[in-house]
Design a protein around this ligand. Structure first.
Ligand code: AMP
Ligand code: MG
Length: 412
């Protein structure tokens, strides 16, 4: 059958990446079910409620350094050491004129003191300490509430809980959080040529590599993943798998069978099972994409080509998952502008997601292509740590030119 256009041809019926993204996000409502989890279990979940600071953090003024707590107004003069303040062991008394207290990082600033002289600037003779440099008021002091004030919003609902955020919640004494439940995602691969690992490959057969990549990408996003295996290019089997998937999951993702090839049954089936659109997207790789609704589930039919599958997952599925998980964003991959270390070839027509690698140079960070950019070269994708995004109208980019770069954050 006729090929649906050469790589460099702009298809007037194709929608842009931005149009597709907007439509997908608009049709990806956040789930509502929530559960209460201890902090340890809450990594990568999304907060379902705002968290207010129940107390000031830090709760007391304390020292940022090891040294001597003193009164800054007693300029230049020697002070007598009257006690010690260690983290967890405050000094009970008060620092008067001409006095100071030996203090360690994190110890409560004793009453009367308003600054800490760092020990490197302390001249010590017996129990007398003389600053070798002036000490300004408030020097080396962390103030109560400087990090978070009691009653302030620590995190808004919709915040994805990363390690440092869990740390802040722990610092606030919050031991349990209300989060959205995990998003349930069912997936399967389609294709008569696919064989499981361990099988001996016959002529024309390949291992089902997408299944492993997809499982890993979904797991990284903390989805509850249901692997429905490999499904043959057979309408009855596909229909059964799609129905099973839609009945158990919030989202269904399939790979393969969405182009206009003869064996591509998925499109016909989906019209009867749900409301699914078949889009040509003006991008390379990954032109065909099915998106819509399968019963209550969001459906993505990704191309079977391994690199196309990853690129479309990263551009469309990941944002939809994050939004459905309840995240307030950012949903889209972070983009940097970086200079190219070497020229990249491209023909005008489609937005190109070339696989790239970040390079450190004397002048700063640069980016280069990973070599072969054909959409069946999975090893190039595997060595990439970013996509270099060249706009549809671009006719290639010269060495030194600044380009958009999406950092992959280890997702793929
Ligand atoms: P399709 O989208 O079904 O037309 O497949 C496009 C190309 O991707 C073909 O070369 C397929 O053999 C290959 N392919 C499809 N599914 C997979 C898979 N699960 N793992 C690896 N390659 C695949
Ligand atoms: Mg196929």
């Amino acid at each position: 059958m006729a090929h649906c256009g050469s790589d460099n041809e702009h298809d007037p019926n194709a929608r842009s990446v931005a149009e597709a993204t907007t439509a997908i996000l608009a049709a990806s409502p956040p789930i509502q079910d929530r559960e209460s989890l201890p902090l340890y279990a809450a990594l990568d979940r999304v907060l379902a409620e705002d968290v207010l600071a129940p107390a000031d953090v830090p709760a007391w003024p304390n020292s940022a350094m090891d040294g001597y707590a003193l009164r800054s107004e007693d300029l230049g003069s020697a002070r007598r050491v009257i006690g010690k303040a260690f983290a967890g062991h405050p000094f009970a008394g008060r620092v008067g004129p001409g006095e100071c207290v030996r203090i360690m990082t994190g110890a409560v600033l004793p009453e009367g003191a308003d600054a800490v002289l760092i020990q490197e600037q302390a001249e010590i003779h017996a129990d007398m300490v003389t600053p070798s440099a002036p000490v300004a008021a408030k020097a080396n002091v962390r103030f109560a509430g400087e990090d978070l004030r009691q009653g302030a919003i620590a995190f808004l609902a919709g915040t994805l809980l990363r390690p440092a955020r869990l740390g802040v919640l722990a610092a606030l004494g919050v031991s349990e959080v209300s989060v959205y439940r995990r998003l349930r995602v069912a997936f399967f691969s389609t294709g008569d040529e696919l064989r499981p690992l361990g099988a001996t490959l016959g002529s024309g057969q390949i291992y089902d590599s997408n299944r492993y990549t997809l499982h890993a990408m979904l797991s990284r996003l903390d989805c509850e993943v249901f692997d429905l295996g490999r499904v043959a290019d057979d309408p009855a089997a596909l229909e059964a798998a799609l129905q099973q998937a839609a009945g158990m999951a919030d989202m269904v993702v399939t790979t393969g069978g969405v182009s206009v090839g003869d064996a591509d049954y998925i499109s016909g089936l989906l019209q009867s099972l749900g409301q699914v659109n078949f889009w040509k997207i003006n991008m390379k790789p990954g032109r065909p994409l099915a998106f819509g609704q399968l019963g209550a589930a969001t459906f993505f039919g990704l191309p079977g080509n391994p690199v196309s599958m990853i690129v479309t997952f990263y551009q469309f599925v990941r944002p939809a998952i994050l939004k459905r998980m309840g995240s307030q964003g950012p949903w889209l991959p972070p983009t940097l502008r970086l200079p190219l270390a070497e020229a990249l070839r491209k023909k005008p027509g489609r937005t190109d997601f070339q696989r790239g690698r970040l390079l450190r140079s004397e002048t700063g960070l640069q980016v280069a292509g990973v070599g072969a950019q054909s959409s069946h070269i999975l090893s190039g994708m595997a060595h990439a740590d970013c996509f270099i995004v060249l706009p549809a109208e671009s006719a290639g980019a010269a060495a030194g030119e600044w380009v958009d770069v999406q950092i992959l954050e280890g997702l793929v």
